[in-house]
Ligand binder design. Structure first.
Ligand code: AMP
Length: 289
């Protein structure tokens, strides 16, 4: 595995590869990230097809009150995990390489998708994400990039960016990796105490309860989501949103129309903000008429 810190190191590592499957990360890797690497590796069967990961904590996507300075940086351990998983190239640019001057040119995703949910509660977040991912794409020049469906809205926003900007990159989503008791793996889980880790299972619990309701009922999804939010708020959480949405445009729905749904949630426990979601496919719907 080659570790590249500069563009010339990156370009010589990429060489004349015919295919690059890229997994951008902010490091502090866990089994969720490694699933993305495994999915990438499965697409790279020939010797000149490379799995590339990046590690860069992107200041641009953190609001001033968020945890940029505190965000865990575990570079050596990350490289060990990537090596053991069979990653070919790690690109780890420093701040000066990514942002040699103030980043005044930025990528603004459309409000109707990016000002919803995460974008509403984290203004500027998706601009920061799109800007860094666009820059990483220019540097790595991947044929495919893989993003986790844990950040479902981020995956959708980036998929649309690539399509609308006619970037010749295939965007794939990777299923959410969870602990055996169901907690979605996240670098931010490290901020939770052992007691909070148990409490944190309630977020997935409420998502599942809403998913069961959605599968069994024709309508009334908003009221059911509100019940889920109330239950969490009554148990020490501060819920930002819990909503049943169409997968295509992430608009909230109260009844099931003709497409697959996703139930999105974000809530803070103590001082740790967690996000999670559950997809519900049209084929899972039980008609009660
Ligand atoms: P991050 O380092 O948090 O920016 O995450 C890098 C990539 O890993 C993103 O595409 C995330 O959606 C993905 N990811 C993080 N946690 C998980 C998880 N538990 N399951 C699947 N993908 C994940």
């Amino acid at each position: 595995m080659i570790i590249a810190h500069t563009l010339s190191e990156l370009h010589s590592a990429l060489g004349a590869s015919s295919k690059r499957v890229f997994v951008p990360t902010m490091g502090n890797l866990h089994a969720g990230h490694l699933q993305l690497i495994r999915q990438a590796k499965a697409l790279c069967q020939q010797p000149n097809e490379l799995t590339v990961a990046s590690i860069f904590v992107n200041r641009l996507q953190f609001a001033p009150h968020e945890d940029f300075d505190q965000y865990p940086r575990t570079f050596d351990n990350d490289c060990e995990l990537l090596r053991a998983t069979g990653c070919d190239v790690v690109f780890a640019p420093n701040e000066t390489l990514m942002y040699p001057q103030a980043q005044t040119y930025t990528v603004h995703p459309p409000a109707e998708l990016a000002d919803l949910w995460e974008g509403h509660f984290r203004p500027g977040f998706f601009t920061g994400v799109c800007t860094v991912v666009m820059k990483l794409f220019h540097m790595v020049n991947p044929s495919t990039a893989i993003f986790g469906k844990k950040d479902f809205q981020q995956w959708k926003v980036l998929e649309q960016m690539v399509r609308q900007m006619a970037m010749p990159i295939e965007i794939l989503g990777c299923p959410i990796e969870r602990s055996k008791d169901g907690l979605a793996l996240s670098s931010r889980n490290g901020y939770l105490s052992e007691t909070q880790k148990l409490q944190a299972l309630a977020l997935q619990g409420q998502l599942r309860a809403v998913a069961q309701f959605v599968k069994a009922k024709e309508r009334g999804f908003k009221a059911q989501s509100k019940l889920g939010m109330d239950a969490l708020n009554a148990n020490g959480w501060r819920v930002d949103y819990l909503a049943v949405c169409q997968q295509s445009d992430l608009q909230e729905v109260d009844l099931w129309g003709a497409e697959d749904l996703v139930i999105l949630a974000a809530a803070t426990l103590g001082s740790t903000r967690l996000i999670d979601n559950i997809e519900v496919q049209l084929t899972e719907r039980t008609l009660t008429l």
